[in-house]
Every structure is written in C-alpha cells, then in structure tokens.
Design a protein around this ligand. Sequence first.
Ligand code: HEC
Length: 160
Amino acid sequence: MNRIFFFFVLALASFLAIKCGSGNQKENQNDKMASNKTDTVVISRGVNSRGIGRFKEVKLTHPLNEDMIAKAQLIFNAKCTACHKLTTEKLVGPGWKGVTDRREPEWIMNFITNTQVMLDKDLAAQADLVTCLVRMPNQDLSDEQARQMLEFMRKNDGKN
Ligand code: HEC
C-alpha cells in the first residue's frame, strides 16, 4: 500500500515538473522572439540605408572603370543572369535597371557579399523577399568582385 502511494507521489511530482519545464520553455521562446524583434528594428534602417556588412563607405570614381565592367560582365553571365534581367522586369529576382538609384552603393555591395544576414535583418531586402518569394543564394563573390558588379550596375543605369 505504501509502495503504491509512493509511486503515486512520484508520478504527480514528475507531472508537475514537466509542466513547469514546458512553461519555462515557452517563456524562453517568447524572450527569444522579443529579442529577435528588437534586433530587426535596431539594425535595419530600411530603404536608402547602407545595409549590413563590411562596406561602410564605398568611393565611386568617374569615369566608370571599364576594366571592372568587363570582369563583371563575365560574372553576370555565369552567376546572375539566371535570376536577374538588366531591364526593370523581374525574373526570379528584381530587374537591375534603376538599382543604383534605389539603393546606396554600400547597400548593393553588402547585399552581394552578406546576402543571408541582409535578408534576415534589413527591411529593404526583406521587402524584396516578400515580392520575389525566393531567397537569393550566396554567390560567393569576393569584395573585389562585388565592387565590379556595382560598376556594372552603374553602367547599366547610364551613370558615368
Ligand atoms: C537563384 C536566383 C538568384 C541568383 C542566381 C542571383 N540572385 Fe540576386 N536576387 C535574387 C532574388 C530573389 C532577390 C530579391 C531578394 C530575395 O528575395 O532574396 C535578389 C536581389 C538582388 C539584389 C538587390 C536588388 C534590389 O533591387 O534590391 C542584388 C544587388 C542582387 N540580387 C545581386 C545579385 C548578383 C550580383 C548576382 C550574381 C553574382 C545575383 N544577384 C544572383 C535572386 C538571385
């Protein structure tokens, strides 16, 4: 009889322990969600920001650097053309016409080299994601190649 009572108490105790445990877990989850939310708000600066990544200040040069553009053309053919057009038309991703007007140079280079973080935390990148419904994969470009792509986009936008 004593034994049965003992098991009963044990069962009750573990039931309560599980309940408390799951309660805590839920609280933790809520905490996490709350802090994620704060991150997004604090870090993102939305449209016309410089984005998130290594590039804090990109110096543009005039006239355009044709050598960079020629190198970027090859990268475009190999790695970008499947998803991006040079017009305003969306393919998988947004068309590039006008991209240097709607985004800062730093934003473009940060997006190219830090794509996943930008998609997670930058409001403008997230807005693109909502329209396109596809997450751009990392393209593994070097900083130098990202700069070449920027020059290519400037040319496509008729800059000099
Ligand atoms: C598999 C498809 C895919 C490939 C390949 C791809 N992109 Fe993208 N790109 C996207 C999508 C989709 C978006 C919009 C954001 C999102 O949904 O991830 C985007 C957005 C961008 C943007 C921001 C455009 C804007 O108007 O805000 C830039 C810049 C960009 N890509 C550069 C590149 C470069 C450079 C390459 C090649 C080295 C490339 N992408 C290859 C799919 C792709």
